[in-house]
Design a protein. Structure first.
Ligand code: SF4
Ligand code: SF4
Length: 303
């Protein structure tokens, strides 16, 4: 069984499903979306992060780094071509400016952690959300985690990019889920490949399969579209999504407004700003959101 690294377990979330939830964020994703709001979740391995604003300039880290990988003249402070990920610096940093991104966790530890909030789940209609990154990269692990949570009476929601092996998913994880939030970003396969790193054929097929099951009493599946300025929020793409959902018989969807704060997160893990995506420097405009809403509502999709 492939064991994942976790970014964090975030308690008291009101944004990742109904009620009060604990969100388990997995590290690693089969997509590589240009606008990813959690860029530290893209790669599967551990990373080092540096928050310049937190650094108090004590030089503890620079004095102990065995590789000489920390340098004030480096644009990201950490020279990742030299760093061996020993994490001596993150352990020693007194300010929390250097941190390890991605830690292993045993299933029993996660269950014990989230179980403390079960009274809040029960009174609010909440539960645990598996998110990321992409939880289905670790299908067996997530299946066992979901089963353990289910046995404790906890409801489970999966947030997914939709790119997974359906047969494995149906066997290992699906039986333990109570709801699925399924991202549909772009309908045009070439655009999907360009902006998300892979084509979308299997994603759309997986949505269709899940929706058929939902219509027949299976796990409810909610399609979601992040509105990325100039990329996914175009009239052409939203109309194509509306047509696709109508062809599946879907009657409900959710739009996720964009924010550009991920660009600062990129810097903390040593990724420079990309050129050619200037529209993504802006927040989503209300009139664009309304235009997208109108297209879907006119197609009979509730939001
Ligand atoms: S993780 Fe280790 S090698 Fe990398 S910067 Fe920190 S101390 Fe240096
Ligand atoms: S140990 Fe932490 S606070 Fe001190 S210089 Fe390094 S990053 Fe900055």
């Amino acid at each position: 069984m492939q064991k994942p690294l976790l970014l964090e377990i975030k308690g008291n979330s009101l944004d990742d499903g109904p009620g009060i939830r604990s969100v388990v964020f997995f590290k690693g994703c089969p997509l590589s979306c240009t606008w990813c709001h959690n860029p530290e979740s893209k790669t599967i391995g551990a990373e080092i992060g540096f928050e310049a604003g937190e650094c108090v300039g004590c030089n503890t880290c620079m004095n102990l780094c065995p590789e000489g990988a920390l340098c004030r003249d480096h644009p990201f402070f950490v020279d990742r071509s030299l760093c061996n990920l020993c994490f001596a610096c993150t352990e020693a940093c007194p300010a929390g400016a250097l941190r390890r991104i991605g830690k292993p966790a045993e299933i029993e530890t996660i269950v014990a952690d989230v179980l403390r909030d079960k009274p809040f789940f029960d009174t609010s209609g909440g539960g645990v959300t598996l998110s990321g990154g992409e939880p289905t990269l670790f299908m067996e692990y997530c299946g066992q985690l979901a089963q353990s949570l289910k046995e404790k009476g906890i409801r489970i929601l999966l947030e997914t990019c939709g790119l997974f092996d359906f047969t494995k998913f149906e066997t290992l994880l699906y039986p333990f889920l109570d709801a699925i939030y399924f991202d549909i970003k772009l309908i045009d396969p070439a655009a999907h490949t360009r902006y998300c790193g892979v084509s979308n054929g299997r994603i759309l097929e997986n949505f269709k399969e899940l929706h058929i099951r939902a219509q027949n009493g299976g796990v409810p599946v909610l399609p979601r579209t992040p509105l990325i300025p100039g990329i996914t929020d175009t009239e052409e793409n939203i109309r194509a999504i509306a047509d696709f959902l109508v062809s599946c018989g879907a009657t409900e969807a959710r739009l996720l407004p964009y924010h550009p704060l991920w660009q600062e997160k990129n810097r903390t893990i040593g990724i420079a700003a990309k050129e050619g995506h200037s529209a993504m420097n802006n927040w989503l405009e209300n009139r664009t959101l309304e235009a997208c809403r109108t297209i879907l509502l006119q197609a009979g999709i509730n939001l």
